[in-house]
Ligand binder design. Structure first.
Ligand code: DP6
Length: 399
């Protein structure tokens, strides 16, 4: 870990997808939400951020490299995370077990971070990124407090990526945000049959970022206020029940309704925001037709601030649903790389189901599919080979 006064730690952290959405802040500075939210942590075998933090008495300034490019370390949210972790490091009780020196809070840090998926594609890269930053900095500075606040100050949804499985972010009531924290509802092992597909419709950077989008919604949408005050509290309780009881139809219906209400608040925002496109809407129609054909909710969709669909289903439904997706959205050119991640055995679609799906195929509308499942929270990588920074504290690839 340590070499010539340099202490380097490397960790990875997951992406999470909210099934009860966070949209709107009551405090922009502390990143405190207007409603609680609940998410599923996705498996890091398919989607993760990896971060190395190196601290040294000899470093003269903080520096950060994201996906190989040096970025401005003065970014206010990054500064808020660094300040908070150093405050916790200064206040920690000395256990004598930490590698981190007792005056480490005075050390400057070098950070390098990489994603194994497109940044800002509506795939919650900021959540994995800031959760990984909080977790890695905590290890480097010898902090073992709850890290909700550190991650949350980077990006609200990031606090939910601090845990695996099913995670709620309790909005809290206090104005200092101390009770606005993430908690695990159930570990990933609780519901092993649950499967997740990400249908990548567009991997470009989104037009209206979440931060600005939700700010405008808070200012202008009466529907958002109604949602936060009168809809979400009961939905949180119901979603926790569905997860605990592994009630897929209940979980799926509520997931779809909450995604739809979030996008309705976007349309109720003035000027309106629309994250969904025609392909997103055709995916929604496909899911509803598939479920109607089976007379049961076997598949659910959820969309964040972008057109990509996240599909939830159970293992035994996956081959047939994937066949339905490939029937309506056949790959255009990149056929061999169309399905990525966990393998799925294809099946032949019945003529009945084909007829029920109705729609004409649109080749190429879905660019590729990532097949994954619920996974664990952040991990510490113990092999020094995995460090993104070399012994001189600079990114290995540009040495
Ligand atoms: C639609 O956490 O990205 O994905 O706190 O401003 O960084 P900031 O916003 P962010 O918003 C996520 C919004 C969402 C829903 C969700 O993840 O709950």
């Amino acid at each position: 870990m340590a070499s010539a006064g340099l202490l380097a730690v490397t960790c990875s952290a997951p992406v999470n997808i909210a099934v009860i959405k966070y949209w709107g802040k009551r405090d922009e500075e502390l990143i405190l939400p207007i409603n609680s939210s609940l998410s599923v942590t996705l498996h890091q075998d398919q989607l993760k951020t990896t971060t190395t933090a190196a601290i040294s008495r000899d470093f003269t300034k903080d520096r950060i490299w994201l996906n190989g490019h040096e970025e401005d370390v003065r970014h206010p949210r990054l500064q808020a995370c660094l300040k908070e972790i150093r405050r916790l490091a200064q206040n920690r009780r000395s256990t004598g077990e930490e590698d981190s020196p007792s005056d480490s809070h005075t050390y400057k840090v070098h950070v390098a971070s990489v994603n194994n998926f497109p940044t800002a594609a509506g795939l919650a890269s900021s959540a994995a990124g800031y959760a990984c930053l909080a977790y890695t900095l905590a290890r480097a500075y010898g902090v073992d407090n709850d890290l909700s606040e550190v991650a949350r100050r980077g990006s609200g949804s990031a606090c939910r990526s601090l845990y695996g499985g099913f995670v709620e972010w309790q909005m809290g009531e206090r104005s200092d945000g101390r009770d606005s924290i993430a908690r695990q509802v159930a570990p990933e092992s609780h519901w092993p049959e649950l499967r997740i597909l990400i249908l990548v419709v567009n991997a470009e950077k989104k037009q209206t970022g979440s931060t600005v989008g939700m700010q405008t919604s808070v200012e202008t949408s009466a529907l958002l206020r109604f949602r936060a005050e009168s809809v979400v509290p009961a939905r949180m309780a119901e979603m926790v029940r569905c997860v605990r009881e592994r009630d897929f139809p209940g979980f799926g219906q509520l997931t779809m309704k909450d995604s739809n209400q979030f996008h309705a608040t976007c349309l109720d925002t003035f000027p309106p925001i629309s994250y969904l496109n025609d392909t997103s809407r055709r995916i929604m129609q496909l899911v509803h037709r598939f479920n109607a054909h089976h007379g049961d909710t076997q598949v659910a969709y959820s969309f964040d601030a972008g057109p990509n669909a996240v599909i939830f289903t159970l293992e035994h439904t996956l081959p047939e649903f994937l066949a339905a997706v490939m029937h309506i959205f056949p790959p255009e050119a990149n056929g061999d790389k169309f399905l990525r991640g966990l393998p799925v055995k294809p099946v032949l679609l019945s003529d009945d189901l084909k007829a029920a799906l109705g729609a004409e195929p649109s080749p190429g509308a879905v660019k590729y599919i990532i097949s994954t499942q619920a996974g664990p929270g952040p991990q510490t990588l113990n092999n020094p080979e995995e460090h993104l920074l070399g012994p001189d504290g600079l990114p290995k690839s540009v040495q």
